[in-house]
Design a protein around this ligand. Structure first.
Ligand code: FE
Ligand code: FE
Length: 187
């Protein structure tokens, strides 16, 4: 996969703000990838495509998700936060012909996480949460933890995210809860 081609394609479909975010996610993911010895090429593709569908109209996101049975529960059909991850993975596979399941899963689960995540999924999930422009309580602590223990970093991140979702009375995706419980047991 030609990386400059991917960057150009991304530029065509997202705003400058989203494009710049994707590049920061890429840089953060590559930094973590070097620490944890992960295939940097896979990380590059997943990082550049993770938000590819983020700015698509909601109706289109719902259509892709419905038509292709890529959303397991209709409870979430309304939630573009989650749909953009699934649609981005779908487009990675069908438009960009990405076949690597680790790359596809890293894109698909970058918003919710899930239990039994592979290393590359953890890194993309975290890179999205801690790229340099992210600013929320405990982000510094999560950044520090990410350099030494990915699981502990994700656990703190998801705890803070769940606290926030509860406070705002937002839906909490079951995959995030399962990821948290899994990390509590294994980390
Ligand atoms: Fe996203
Ligand atoms: Fe993102």
């Amino acid at each position: 996969m030609n990386i400059n081609f991917l960057k150009d394609e991304l530029k065509l479909v997202v705003s400058k703000k989203r494009y710049d975010h994707s590049i920061r996610v890429l840089k953060t993911a590559l930094h973590l990838g070097e620490i944890y010895n992960v295939d940097l090429n896979k990380l590059t593709i997943a990082s550049l495509l993770h938000d590819y569908a983020k700015e698509m109209p909601k109706q289109e996101l719902i259509k892709i998700s419905k038509d292709n049975f890529i959303i397991e529960s209709k409870d979430y059909l309304d939630n573009s936060e989650i749909l953009h991850s699934y649609a981005s993975a779908y487009i990675a596979k069908n438009t960009f012909k990405v076949e690597d399941s680790e790359v596809l899963n890293a894109i698909k689960y970058h918003t919710t996480g899930r239990q039994n995540m592979k290393l590359i999924e953890k890194i993309v999930y975290l890179a999205d949460a801690i790229e340099p422009k992210r600013d929320y309580p405990y982000v510094e602590k999560i950044r520090d933890l990410a350099l030494v223990n990915l699981d502990k970093a994700i656990l703190l991140e998801v705890n803070k995210k769940i606290e926030y979702l509860l406070k705002e009375n937002y839906v909490i995706h079951i995959d995030s809860i399962e990821m948290r419980n899994w990390l509590l047991k294994t980390s």
